[in-house]
Ligand binder design. Structure first.
Ligand code: SF4
Ligand code: SF4
Length: 371
């Protein structure tokens, strides 16, 4: 596949390293591709199982069924030269729509140090190694996207994607203001085809409604007592933190290298209130909104939502509304991390919340596919 077919823009200027204390991505159960199976069958037959997912692909076993990968030893990989493609690709994600866009998983702390290998060069090498798989996936996803666009046109809910993105970009400063976010959410429900022209926050909004929306969005992915089903937050001291929520309680635990959980604290969901941004927080948030606005997987998740809602909402309404929900989700998580760990709502606190949030964001249902 020729290089210009793949969009690497999200990686421009980024470097990636893999600090030896981390191992966070080894908590995500790695898929084993059919061509990788002979190595595992011959050398490590006890380390491979069928996944519970619909396609029943093969994957590696996890310690105690829910901890880190069985090959992780003192935070290093025992089979590093033979690790599956899934592991080699992390923290790069190849998102396939009717084009290929490479996205960087900001939950990996190695992308924040400013050191390491050039991200574009690394991703190009990975793309070359997976050329056939990418081409096959592109063919399938292109057909899905073609059908999707045709249904949208028939339903009269298609708007120009590049205009939507450009309008968001021009108003990006305002997206860090809760009053503006509230106004967009209101308009996205009231107007048949919204736009951001002349949209100004009027200062009056129902904060409790925003609190509810933020809490619901954030707790969606934490509502499980299975460590395999909740996001991991690798903190500055390389602890693997997990937050598991029921209706009445959020339990904060740290998972150790053997797969055992150690409880660190609890809180009632209502005790976590959205906190105001502190110095530097808005700048980091703005940068992240810009990244989401450029991601094809974000657009694919908006398309997925439109499909789920039977094409009742215009793309513009769904897009701006989804961005607002993502912002509320992130701010609620930042407030939760601050509640438990004192990370604050400044530049540092928002960065930690992005590290916690981005793996969930990239995991959102979409009509495209990650390969
Ligand atoms: S999450 Fe990033 S830094 Fe951590 S082990 Fe994986 S690739 Fe390395
Ligand atoms: S095979 Fe190695 S790199 Fe992959 S998840 Fe297991 S320990 Fe981590």
């Amino acid at each position: 596949m020729s290089i210009p077919d793949i969009d690497y823009s999200e990686l421009q200027g980024r470097k990636v390293e893999c600090p030896e204390q981390c191992g966070m991505c080894c908590l995500c159960q790695p898929e084993v591709l059919p061509q990788e199976m002979p190595f595992f069958r011959q050398n490590h037959p006890d380390h491979v199982v069928r996944s519970k997912s619909q396609d029943r692909h093969f994957c590696l076993t996890m310690k105690k069924g829910h901890g880190s990968c069985g090959f992780l030893n003192g935070r290093r990989c025992d089979i590093y030269p033979n690790r599956p493609t899934y592991c080699r690709q992390f923290p790069y994600h190849f998102y396939i729509s009717d084009k290929i866009h490479v996205e960087l998983d900001l939950s990996c702390r190695g992308v924040w140090t400013g050191r390491g290998n050039d991200a574009v060069e690394e991703a190009r090498e990975l793309a070359e190694a997976s050329e056939k798989r990418l081409q096959d996936a592109l063919k399938q996803a292109t057909a899905v996207y073609r059908d999707f666009y045709s249904i949208c046109r028939d339903a009269g809910v298609m708007s120009d994607v590049s205009m939507i993105r450009m309008a968001l970009s021009m108003n990006i400063d305002k997206f860090t203001d809760l009053a503006y976010v509230a106004k967009i959410m209101e308009r996205s429900l009231e107007e048949p085809k919204m736009n951001l022209d002349n949209l100004m926050p009027d200062g009056k909004f129902d904060m409790s409604e925003m609190e509810d929306a933020a809490r619901d969005a954030a707790l969606g992915s934490m509502s499980s007592d299975d460590p395999m089903c909740v996001p991991v937050y690798c903190d500055r001291d390389w602890n693997w933190n997990m937050f598991m929520a029921t209706k009445d309680r959020i339990v904060w635990s740290v998972m150790d290298d053997n797969g055992d959980l150690h409880e660190k604290g609890t809180a009632a969901p209502e005790d976590i209130r959205l906190k105001p941004l502190e110095e530097g927080g808005a700048e980091v948030l703005k940068e992240y909104i810009g990244i989401l606005n450029g991601r094809e997987s974000f657009l694919g998740s908006v398309f997925y939502m439109m499909d789920q809602l039977d094409y009742e909402d215009d793309l513009a309404n769904a897009y701006y509304g989804s961005m607002c929900v993502a912002i509320l989700d992130l701010l609620w998580r930042a407030s939760m991390l601050d509640h438990f760990m004192g990370t604050g709502m400044g530049a540092e606190g928002i960065r930690e919340a992005i590290i916690f949030f981005d793996m969930d964001r990239l995991d959102a249902p979409t009509i495209g596919a990650f390969v």
